[in-house]
Design a protein around this ligand. Structure first.
Ligand code: SF4
Ligand code: FE
Length: 492
């Protein structure tokens, strides 16, 4: 099948029986829901750009499984160049949406499950790799969006999955049948889960022998019997439901999406199982997925950062301060920080290596350094954006006020006229354009989009401490000590 168009992708979601709940109710037409639709538009952009000849080299690639032209979001990376192109593609998508476009979690799951299943089969003679290859061929041929579901609720974090008072705190097998398994549990803050056709579930931590029933990975259609989602709300999200508020929303077209995904006795046929009790491989799957997703942030957050920097420069221009040397210097600092993240994304890709299964893995140390910087630099970029934009981005009256014809002034001036008078930008710039850029920055810095640009930068793909553990493991301090001893002339 050919690549899907953006419209075909949106229509394909309507055909699914995905169960979505929000504000305590089931949402039947969730595809057109004003709070959900921007996140669908974002994923749709991964389809739209793949149709654009200008981006064909970046967005499409030849499948290593079938030789067909596929969307890069469904690709198994075949070289370090592929890894770098992945990061470039993510930066492009960030630039086009200023949001989390969600489809990367599936791409990162494909690559980590592909290489891990190969090594499980090598040790145990299982058939997980074949299962996975068949599944991925189906995904590539149908140009599907797949959620990579990793983060379990975790309950008491001092305890292993098998020690939890409630066994559902980690996704686990509750029944083994000749034709498959039955699973229970949930995955938290799942990026793009509602907008995905399928899910790949993976464990979230390394596991011991007692955790065998929790060491499980599988694919499952998003509308499988027993599976449902509860939508995660975002700061200022109900602005999307207001009338005459498209400017107040900040980014009316695009947005991210997270949800709680619940598996209530879902049956998984054998052909969709990729790990089932081989607990010592849970850690490998987690580490590889986390590595890829930490690389991803060196692309997507940089693209979003490009838009934040652009918006900040416009705010300065509209305020008439763009020539001030302090403003120029802050924009330089923002650019420097943003490009440093890109350097990290490209570096961990360029130092990638071939796995036993044949696809390419990123350099783990550099990917963790990349993500560690992502937990910091967007915060500083946002701080500088707020500094330059000024307080107006959080104090301006509503769009309705700007349009209001209610008379308020002594000489019959309306609320709208008063707002337009006192919030006027420099000459030659409309008040509405100034309003737009201020609201956009509010959205990026502390509104709905801040989920993606700030808190997700902190916790997505693992919280900062998770990267520090990996940096400690990969940093090779012993080797560095030897270097110092050699030069300092220390013998033992
Ligand atoms: Fe992709 Fe970034 Fe969203 Fe992760 S946070 S899914 S890498 S856009
Ligand atoms: Fe993420």
């Amino acid at each position: 099948m050919a690549l899907m168009t953006a419209q075909e992708y949106i229509d394909s979601l309507r055909k699914l029986n995905t169960r979505v709940y929000m504000f305590g109710e089931k949402i039947d037409n969730w595809v057109d829901h004003p709070m959900i639709r921007p996140s669908i538009n974002c994923v749709a952009m991964t389809y739209a750009l793949a149709q654009d000849p200008q981006y064909a080299d970046l967005m499409t690639v030849k499948s290593s499984l079938t030789g067909h032209t596929i969307n890069r979001f469904t690709h198994l990376h075949q070289s370090t160049e592929d890894l770098m192109n992945k990061v470039k593609m993510q930066r492009l998508l960030g630039q086009k949406t200023a949001s989390c476009f969600q489809r990367c979690v599936g791409m990162d799951a494909f690559n980590s499950v592909f290489s891990t299943t190969f090594e499980i089969d090598e040790k145990y003679g299982t058939h997980y790799h074949e299962n996975f290859k068949k599944f991925l061929t189906y995904v590539q041929d149908n140009d599907l969006t797949v959620d990579g579901a990793m983060t379990d609720p975790k309950g008491d974090r001092s305890k292993a999955p098998s020690q939890q008072a409630d066994p559902d705190m980690y996704v686990h097998v509750v029944e083994r049948r000749p034709d498959g398994i039955v699973v229970c549990g949930a995955k938290c803050h799942q990026t793009g889960s509602i907008n995905s056709h399928w899910h790949i579930f993976m464990p979230t931590i390394s596991m011991g022998e007692a955790d065998k029933d929790w060491a499980v990975s599988f694919a499952c259609p998003t509308d499988a019997e027993g599976m449902y989602m509860i939508y995660g709300r975002q700061s200022c999200d109900t602005r999307k439901m207001e009338e005459d508020a498209s400017i107040d929303v900040g980014n009316a077209k695009f947005g991210g999406q997270e949800a709680l995904v619940v598996l209530d006795h879902v049956f998984i046929p054998n052909e969709y199982i990729f790990l089932n009790g081989e607990y010592e491989f849970a850690g490998m799957m987690v580490e590889r997925f986390a590595g890829y997703h930490r690389q991803s942030y060196g692309g997507c957050k940089v693209g979003v950062g490009d838009v934040v920097i652009g918006a900040t420069a416009l705010a300065a221009e509209y305020n008439g301060v763009e020539k001030a040397s302090a403003v120029k210097d802050k924009l330089i600092e923002m650019t420097h920080l943003n490009e440093t993240l890109y350097c990290c994304g490209i570096a961990c890709s360029s130092q990638g290596f071939k796995t036993k299964a044949g696809n390419y893995q990123i350099d783990l140390l550099l990917a963790n350094v990349c993500k560690q910087n992502v937990t910091r630099f967007p915060y500083e970029i946002v701080r500088l954006a707020e500094d330059i934009a000024g307080g107006l981005m959080v104090t301006m009256p509503s769009q309705k006020d700007f349009h209001s014809e209610t008379v308020v002034g002594r000489n019959g001036e309306t609320i709208g006229e008063i707002c337009n008078k006192y919030f006027a930008a420099r000459e030659g710039v409309s008040t509405e354009d100034r309003q737009r850029i201020m609201r956009f920055l509010e959205n990026m810095c502390l509104g709905a989009a801040a989920v993606g640009y700030r808190t997700e930068s902190m916790h997505g793909a693992g919280s900062p401490q998770a990267q520090r553990i990996m940096i400690a493991r990969q940093g090779n301090i012993q080797e560095k000590k030897k270097l110092a001893k050699n030069i300092a002339g220390i013998q033992k």
